[in-house]
Design a protein around this ligand. Sequence first.
Ligand SMILES: [Zn+2]
Length: 380
Amino acid sequence: MRVLRRGDTGPEVAEIRSMLSALDLLPAEANGHGSFFDLAVEHAVRAFQQQRGLITDGVVGPATYRALRGSTYHLGSRPLGYSVSTPVHGDDVFALQERLTELGYDAGRPDGGFGPQTERALKNFQRDYGLVVDGICGPGTVRALRQLSPRARGGRPVFLREQEHLRRAGPRLRGKRIVIDPGHGGPDLGVSVNGVNESDIAWDLARRLEGRMKATGMEALVSRGPDHSPSELQRAQFANDAGADLFLSLHSDGNRSPQAQGVASFHFGTGNGTTSTVGELLAGYIQRELAARTSLLDCRTHPKTWDIFTRTRCPAVRVEIGYLTNGQDRARLSDPAFRDVVAEGVLIAVKRLYLLGENDQPTGTFTFADVLAHELLRAE
Ligand SMILES: [Zn+2]
């Protein structure tokens, strides 16, 4: 291209004037001057060059022109890809590089030029995210990049996918597939005190939960029969084979100390940053609902790397509901009305998960009837 400087005129100058105006660098009253490279344009070019770290000479050479053209693009205004013959530059490439870096992909130092490293990072993102892996940043990829919430930033890609799956799933329970996993079973009674067995409590809770979930239109599957005791790996396999959206394991705890009591929820997490974001959300909702609805002590949520969490492909939560070695907790769990309250609390927690925090009803007040009404409302 021709190098443009003060005194020049022509359609190229007109283009430069319009780009500088769009950047608010050229005063509006100067717009009428059409195609002259006057002093106002030179000032504007200098200001632009200063902003972009270019040589501040007030002259539009190839580098300045490329930067000016690049400034007219915003992420999503054109498809972006790697081209050896005609390299793509622009503010949109810069934004893409920044976003990929933010999400934990190595796109190199953001420089506004779409190079091989940007392509590699973009392909990794597309692969992790379940998009077409073409290295082209088109509308679908832009949408995915925009929709990821700050919560996901710095998370592992597999958990980004988990979160995206949840968002796409929508707020209704109908059609969601959950595997309810009553702990222990058959000859394995779990914690057993004074004829109260963990395996029986878990089985009963699972059935109460299954009934409520099915009433909402959910596909609720129970991981074992009443007399079976599959291994943790078999339970995980069951959920994977079923293509479950969620996996929920129900247990009660025991301790040498009869003082130990309360409810605790567990999800996948290493304890130093890597966590299943959806698992953590669901564990949090369950924990809050059960602590609010029952008199069980709140023993909080905890990240764990247990087999059941590493082997299940979907978000998974395990709840330890009460200590059977504690007299009060044991009496509570022996009461069918109490187990109904627990089942309802867990169902509401699952509903809250799919509502993605859109429901403002205080914890503990949302009822089974509310959920059914909400499902019908949404069905219209
Ligand atoms: Zn157990």
